[in-house]
Design a protein around this ligand. Structure first.
Ligand SMILES: [Zn+2]
Ligand SMILES: [Zn+2]
Length: 229
């Protein structure tokens, strides 16, 4: 089991193991372990659920969880959440998260759990850079991108599944808008695409009729299957 980012709603995504609600049963309907977290970047909307990883530390018998990503993004997370990254054993005793960081070079491959992952980088406009992830050789996850270098087209083309950010209809300084996302799809021609990171102006129901074949829009709780190579 691996996670990508730790957004502010992470506890909800994990189905908070301390509680049973909505008819969900613990542990059958909850994540109980995490082999690693892939970090796209250090922005608040992608990182402020970091504290909730402590539930997984506890369920894993106090074992630490490793965050993988760009060295600068990982350093920033350490700066923002220092209490999560000191002595993991002592941390966990204090009920804090016990986290480690392991930077991954661009283009380097690493196994996280039983999945081979590879990192690439794209521009977040004036907000810096983001890490995109190739998962199992057949799925690409890229969010908060504003520009994708054309040099990556060959590597990223023809994937089984692409998860791509699309913020809104109007152009935006730091995120793909609709036309820009469509242009990326035209370059990469994935078999299936799921749009994510929609802004408040995008109403899911209003957009369904205009999505091209093979393109869908993510929603909370969406389950997708794909086969790693
Ligand atoms: Zn961002
Ligand atoms: Zn974001």
């Amino acid at each position: 089991v691996l996670l990508i980012d730790t957004g502010p709603d992470l506890a909800h995504q994990l189905r908070d193991p301390f509680r049973t609600w909505d008819g969900r049963r613990y542990p059958a309907d909850c994540l109980t372990r995490c082999d690693g977290v892939l970090i796209t970047h250090d922005h608040a909307d992608h990182s402020h659920g970091l504290n909730d990883l402590r539930h997984l530390n506890r369920l894993m018998g106090g074992q630490s969880i490793t965050l993988h990503g760009d060295a600068a993004h990982l350093d920033e997370l350490r700066r923002m959440f220092p209490y999560c990254f000191s002595d993991p054993d002592r941390n966990y005793v204090l009920a804090n998260p016990a986290l480690l960081t392991l930077p991954l070079a661009i283009g380097e491959r690493r196994c996280v759990g039983d999945l081979a992952v590879e990192r690439f980088t794209a521009s977040h406009g004036c907000a810096g850079s983001v890490s995109g992830w190739i998962l199992g050789g057949t799925c690409v996850y890229l969010t908060d991108a504003k520009e994708l270098p054309t040099a990556l087209d060959e590597r990223l083309r023809g994937m089984d599944l692409l998860v791509l950010n699309m913020l809104q209809e109007q152009p935006h300084p730091t995120h793909f808008c609709w036309d820009e996302a469509l242009a990326v799809l035209d370059r990469l021609r994935p078999r299936r695409t799921v749009l994510t990171h929609m802004g408040y102006s995008v109403r899911w129901a209003d957009w369904q009729a205009r999505l091209p074949p093979g393109v869908s829009m993510a929603y909370d709780g969406l389950c997708l299957e794909w086969k790693p190579a």
